[in-house]
Write a protein that binds this ligand. Structure first.
Ligand SMILES: C[S@@+](CC[C@H](N)C(=O)[O-])C[C@H]1O[C@@H](n2cnc3c(N)ncnc32)[C@H](O)[C@@H]1O
Length: 220
């Protein structure tokens, strides 16, 4: 199933890379407040628009990574970085379940309307936790489903690639965040329910933090 979904995602988004400028269901970057010197990552970075904004905000002392799985998006995003002369950013091709980033190397993770596509969302959240520094934060825009997505859609790769059938309920979403170990989880924006594909969904922007590790300074 996962391979079929990734193929459908690659086909859909590689086409959209050329034809569509903005594909998100929210504006995580507008709520994320990237600061000079920070290391940031945009998961599902598409054409790289938000990676460029992150790179500008963090400045030469910081760095921005874009992570995406679709070949067409990767190519477009890399061309865009080159076109705008962005030196402090890099686009890496990967699924979200295995982020090509070092442990505790990132201050801020953002993502726009991508995590709903992922096959193993528990794994994605645990990867976000792994790459964040102690005290690091995420701001994610995504959708959740109003009620369980019927099996016939959940297992349809095309429907998952179309950004609705992979969504989970609000309760499941929040329990995945808690299960990964995040704290200070806050809902920054939440829409009214609306029809998407064959289901009702809600768009939201949520934030949370990897707990600050307490360092023992005890001396004997
Ligand atoms: C809705 S678009 C959002 C693009 C961009 N963030 C924006 O706001 O315009 C979702 C992006 O996530 C990528 N994507 C979807 N599923 C993915 C996965 N499992 N792993 C990595 N990237 C994925 C797609 O290739 C696409 O570029």
């Amino acid at each position: 199933m996962e391979t079929a979904v990734l193929e459908a995602i690659n086909t859909r988004y590689s086409t959209l890379a050329e034809s569509s400028c903005c594909l998100s269901c929210g504006g995580a970057i507008n709520r994320a407040e990237p600061a000079p010197g920070e290391v940031c990552a945009d998961l599902g970075s598409g054409r790289g628009n938000d990676v460029i904004r992150l790179a500008e905000a963090v400045g030469p002392a910081g760095f921005a990574y874009g992570i995406d799985v679709s070949a067409g998006m990767i190519e477009k995003a890399r061309k865009n970085l080159e076109k705008f002369g962005v030196a402090n950013a890099e686009i890496r091709q990967s699924r979200l379940e295995e982020l090509p980033l070092d442990d505790e190397s990132v201050d801020l993770v953002i993502s726009n309307c991508t995590i709903n596509h992922a096959d193993d969302k528990d794994r994605v959240w645990s990867e976000i936790y792994r790459v964040l520094k102690s005290g690091g934060r995420f701001v994610v825009s995504d959708i959740y489903s109003v009620g369980e997505v019927p099996e016939e859609y959940r297992t349809d790769p095309q429907a998952v690639a179309e950004c609705w059938a992979g969504s989970v309920t609000r309760e499941r979403y929040l329990s995945q965040l808690a299960g990964a170990g995040f704290e200070d989880v806050a809902i920054l924006e939440e829409s009214a329910p609306y029809a998407k594909g064959k289901i009702q969904t809600v768009s939201w922007t949520i934030a949370g933090r990897r707990p600050n590790r307490v360092r023992c300074r005890c001396s004997r």
